[in-house]
Write a protein of this length. Structure first.
Ligand code: GTP
Length: 430
């Protein structure tokens, strides 16, 4: 037994060394192969005012033109992809792209929220975004409740990059409202947009102010954790990434030539070059590391086991107050199962009753037939008995007639009649 032997804390599973190869250690490889075959889904949402460099950063992150940059076009023009209009002036658009790297397929969906923060009154700007995230949870929940769950489409948002305007003055009321409403529904990753417009010192001070505001308002943001790792390298990498949050990023679709002649993504200024992938210039590399290289699975996992599960529980509990509502029945798997079991039991009971009735009918019919053939047999027996009785009487009569004469022939006939009489056995006694 795992916790047998009496020495060791009760209930704690002990590490056991195995004597031979069983094979389950191959599970990660199987999972890996399966994931490579199927590909991954990853949904990233970007939120921030117009012109903060959202599209540029996405295209820089994925090294491809996932997202069309508008290059001076009217920011109210909708981009390609699905679009949901909203009365708050915030629209939700999404584009998907299949990206393949070293044979691994990534189905990337980028959800943009044009119009966010661009109105005079942005008090309700968070609402359509929250509703969109929750509607994706609802769609997933509805699929989970289906009988056939083999083809679940997962459009849940795995991470939300919140672009903070590089003002240097801490979070604005609109930023705080947004984060407070969204932090329990999505993995929030705050980024300082267009960080090249601030000096390194300003960036440090701005980060400190943002973190202080986040702490003060009890906002939960996504952070790589170090406590559940044994490997010192992973721990220090995670600490380094976590220490850069909120990431101060620079994006660029342009390449610049450095003094050594190499071409790098960057932004050219009269006074020099800002390199996107230079860790001394900005936090782009750390953000990419976390999102795509080390914490993509963690983000997907958090979405599923933490954010979605808590939404689902709250939704079911809220619906539980209106038990007669058909929506509740639809969304309560336990109740649905109980209902199905009750219907099944009733069906079985009905089937059993029908079978019993048929059986009784058959037995009745068989009994009738048996009784009829018994009666037929009895009447045949009676007829035969009467016939034989009659024959006996005839023979008796003949016998008496013959015995009245003395001739030897008569004596012989009388003897024969006696013998026949003696050999007669009543069929009823047979
Ligand atoms: P909307 O599409 O209007 O929501 O804007 P957006 O946030 O997607 O910004 P977009 O990527 O279209 O960039 C707007 C402008 O900012 C473009 O001219 C970009 O070249 C420029 N830009 C993007 N990233 C940066 C950056 O990191 N630093 C600077 N200085 N400019 C940037």
């Amino acid at each position: 037994p795992a916790n047998g032997g009496g020495n060791g804390s009760a209930g704690a599973a002990k590490k056991k060394k195995m004597n031979g190869y069983v094979g389950f250690s191959n599970y990660p490889n199987q999972q890996h192969r399966r994931s490579i075959k199927r590909g991954f889904n990853f949904t990233l949402m970007v939120v921030g005012e117009s012109g903060l460099g959202k599209s540029t950063l996405i295209n820089t992150l994925f090294e491809s033109r996932v997202y069309p940059v508008k290059d001076g076009e009217d920011s109210s023009t909708p981009r390609n992809g699905a679009q949901v209009a909203s009365p708050t002036g915030v629209d939700i658009t999404s584009v998907s792209a299949d990206i393949v790297e070293n044979g691994v397929k990534l189905r990337l969906s980028v959800v943009d929220t044009p119009g966010f923060g661009d109105s005079v009154n942005n008090d309700e700007a968070w609402r359509p975004i929250l509703e969109n995230i929750e509607s994706r949870f609802d769609a997933y929940l509805a699929q989970e409740n289906r009988v056939n769950r083999s083809k679940i489409v997962d459009n849940r948002v795995n991470v939300l990059l919140y672009f903070i305007k590089p003002t240097g003055h801490g979070l604005r009321a609109m930023d705080i409202e947004f984060m407070k409403h969204l932090h329990t529904r999505v993995n929030l990753v705050p980024v300082i947009a267009r960080a090249d417009t601030l000096t390194p010192r300003e960036v440090e001070q701005f980060k400190a102010k943002i973190l202080a505001d986040i702490n003060f308002h009890g906002i939960h943001i996504f952070k790589p954790v170090s406590d559940h790792f044994d490997d010192p390298e992973t721990i220090s990498d995670n600490k380094a990434i976590a220490g850069k949050i909120p990431f101060a990023v620079v994006g660029s679709e342009q390449y610049v030539v450095r003094s050594d002649g190499t071409r790098v993504r960057g932004r050219q200024y009269p006074w020099g070059v800002i390199e996107v992938e230079n860790e001394n210039h900005n936090d782009f590399v750390a953000l990419r590391q976390m999102l795509l290289r080390t914490h993509m699975e963690e983000l997907r996992d958090q979405t599923d086991v933490s954010l979605y599960e808590s939404y689902r529980t709250q939704k079911l509990l809220a619906l539980g107050h209106v038990q007669n509502n058909s929506v509740f029945r639809e969304f309560n798997p336990r109740r649905q199962q109980e209902e199905e079991e009750r219907l099944h039991a009733a069906k079985m009971h009905k089937l059993e009753a029908e079978m019993s009735a048929v059986f009784k009918q058959k037995v009745h019919e068989k009994e009738g037939k048996l009784k009829q053939s018994e009666e037929e047999l009895h009447s045949r027996h009676q007829t035969m008995k009467l016939t034989l009785e009659k024959q006996r009487r005839d023979l008796e009569e003949k016998k008496s007639r013959f015995t009245q004469s003395d001739s030897p022939q008569v004596a012989a006939a009388a003897a024969a009649a006696n013998a026949a009489n003696a050999s007669f056995v009543d069929p009823a006694q047979r």
